[in-house]
Design a protein around this ligand. Sequence first.
Ligand code: HEC
Ligand code: HEC
Ligand code: HEC
Ligand code: HEC
Ligand code: HEC
Ligand code: HEC
Ligand code: HEC
Ligand code: HEC
Ligand code: HEC
Ligand code: HEC
Length: 313
Amino acid sequence: MTWKQLTAYLVGCGCCCLLLLASASGNPPPDGEGSPAIFAGNAEYVGSETCATCHDDYEAHLAVTGHGQNNFRNLSDRGCETCHGPGSVHMDDPDNAANWPRVDRLEPDLQSAVCRTCHDGAKQFFWEGSMHQARGMSCITCHSVHSPKSDTDQLQTAQPMEQCFTCHKDVRAETWKTSHHPVREGLITCGDCHNPHGSAAEGMITAVSVNEQCYSCHGEKRGPFIWEHPPVRENCLTCHSPHGSNHLKLQRTSVPFICQQCHANTRHPGTLYDASSLADGGRASNREFNRACLDCHASIHGSNHPSSPYLGH
Ligand code: HEC
Ligand code: HEC
Ligand code: HEC
Ligand code: HEC
Ligand code: HEC
Ligand code: HEC
Ligand code: HEC
Ligand code: HEC
Ligand code: HEC
Ligand code: HEC
């Protein structure tokens, strides 16, 4: 997208904030031709070298990131003004705060539009309409152009998961539970399962469905099996929590209860009849002993044993 196209896009969106911004600074509304429309409508490009005469520290920050490197310049020779817009009005009166070309003062969607002139495909393809976009976030909610803290991806926190945890405190709590996916240990990341920029699937997961997401690492659970267990095919999350659980193996609750949510009326009911069935009752039920139901129905995800329709070994 060129600036011209961006202008058309922004004007097309009918975004009144633009006009407000322009009128507040005493400048005419965006004129469309050659101007990014985002800041001061009648400004002209002055070149990065000029910006650097006063903001040399910002040029230094930029130089160590992908944006300051050669491939960025190939995409655009506007330098600072690629994102900040043409700077002549600002330079006429540098101290006038109304003319400061601050990207972070734009409406969130306009902030993102600046970035999306280049980053509108690949992982960012589903940004429009994503939960994060819909909740008023922008690219610079998570990323920092000038002072990134992470080694890659220019995030505002050193560890990617910390970026997510600034808002998703409930998920942070889950990852502290005894059974959890090794995100905290650094073996996998939130980004292995989610695309924070949005995805075609529910829950912003990177696969087409929850089960496909799980199969991508736990391939042995895909089957096919001679004896299938229907809830496993339907949705792994019926029994498992994706982020953390205080029960073994990320189970939502422990056996036998997890099974009894559905199997209350089997040929050998797992329900407790009275206290005598409890472990200290003298006649402990074998269905609560040790691994409970799993002692006998061990192939809970499906069995390939020719003569074991009951998900035994
Ligand atoms: C003649 C010196 C000068 C030049 C050249 C200049 N600026 Fe500034 N700029 C300032 C001053 C002074 C401020 C006021 C705030 C400050 O001191 O940081 C400022 C503020 C800003 C701010 C807001 C900073 C804040 O803290 O909110 C941005 C963004 C900015 N300039 C970008 C640019 C860009 C991009 C260019 C090149 C197009 C540029 N400036 C050229 C002097 C200059
Ligand atoms: C890729 C887009 C991009 C480029 C290129 C860029 N900036 Fe920025 N700049 C931003 C964004 C976004 C912010 C808001 C804070 C942040 O994300 O770090 C910002 C913030 C600033 C600020 C401080 C304003 C504040 O919010 O504190 C100054 C000053 C500034 N930039 C100057 C420059 C100068 C000078 C250059 C060229 C050497 C430049 N920028 C190049 C996107 C850019
Ligand atoms: C003119 C095109 C252009 C614009 C506008 C632009 N970028 Fe980039 N961006 C690039 C290029 C080129 C790279 C370098 C890719 C590489 O290093 O492989 C890059 C890299 C990145 C990276 C990845 C850095 C890494 O370590 O892999 C992030 C994150 C990023 N940009 C965010 C932003 C944000 C946020 C904005 C808006 C404030 C923005 N970009 C605006 C072209 C652009
Ligand atoms: C909720 C936080 C968040 C928001 C909002 C966000 N990002 Fe990211 N971004 C990340 C994380 C985390 C990564 C690294 C992990 C990954 O690739 O999923 C990343 C990676 C990237 C990368 C480098 C990887 C790649 O795609 O090549 C670019 C470029 C990027 N983001 C651009 C953007 C742009 C443009 C926007 C706005 C449209 C944006 N991001 C909004 C969190 C975010
Ligand atoms: C600035 C706050 C913020 C940050 C940072 C943030 N999120 Fe979110 N996220 C939200 C909000 C708000 C929602 C909307 C859901 C809600 O209201 O509970 C959401 C929703 C989600 C959803 C559910 C999507 C859906 O369709 O149900 C996922 C998954 C998600 N975020 C993952 C991430 C990941 C991964 C990161 C880190 C890369 C991250 N978020 C960073 C605020 C944030
Ligand atoms: C092993 C894959 C996986 C990993 C790793 C993962 N998630 Fe999830 N997450 C899921 C699945 C699956 C869902 C449920 C999606 C659905 O409801 O369709 C989900 C749901 C969510 C939701 C929305 C509902 C809720 O449970 O709160 C948020 C927010 C979220 N994840 C954030 C994160 C964050 C932050 C991280 C990193 C700490 C992370 N996830 C790591 C698979 C994962
Ligand atoms: C990116 C790869 C990846 C994806 C996707 C993934 N997992 Fe995992 N899973 C792992 C890793 C790594 C472990 C830890 C294995 C270990 O400790 O030996 C694990 C462990 C588990 C465990 C055992 C936990 C424990 O306490 O021992 C369960 C249960 C599990 N995953 C279920 C799921 C479910 C359900 C999904 C889909 C929502 C899923 N996984 C998606 C990588 C993944
Ligand atoms: C009917 C409930 C249920 C469903 C549905 C379910 N699981 Fe499990 N899963 C369990 C139980 C119970 C255990 C503990 C087994 C054990 O301790 O031997 C377990 C253990 C696991 C483990 C760790 C031990 C191992 O066998 O590797 C992984 C990984 C796992 N499940 C992945 C999945 C995936 C992927 C799906 C979806 C395809 C899924 N589960 C669906 C009940 C279920
Ligand atoms: C969400 C409901 C649900 C949960 C939870 C569940 N199951 Fe099932 N299970 C089913 C359904 C539905 C069938 C198929 C019944 C049929 O074919 O008549 C089935 C079949 C079975 C069968 C084979 C029965 C047969 O007739 O072939 C066994 C054994 C079994 N489950 C054991 C378990 C155990 C052990 C657990 C706990 C780890 C469990 N199930 C959890 C729904 C569930
Ligand atoms: C001591 C071994 C053992 C334990 C423990 C056990 N089962 Fe079974 N289960 C069997 C056997 C053997 C069958 C084969 C059916 C038969 O001939 O009675 C069976 C059959 C089943 C069936 C299919 C038949 C029907 O009635 O629908 C289900 C469902 C089932 N068990 C669920 C469970 C649940 C839930 C638990 C835990 C509360 C459990 N089982 C504990 C051995 C066991």
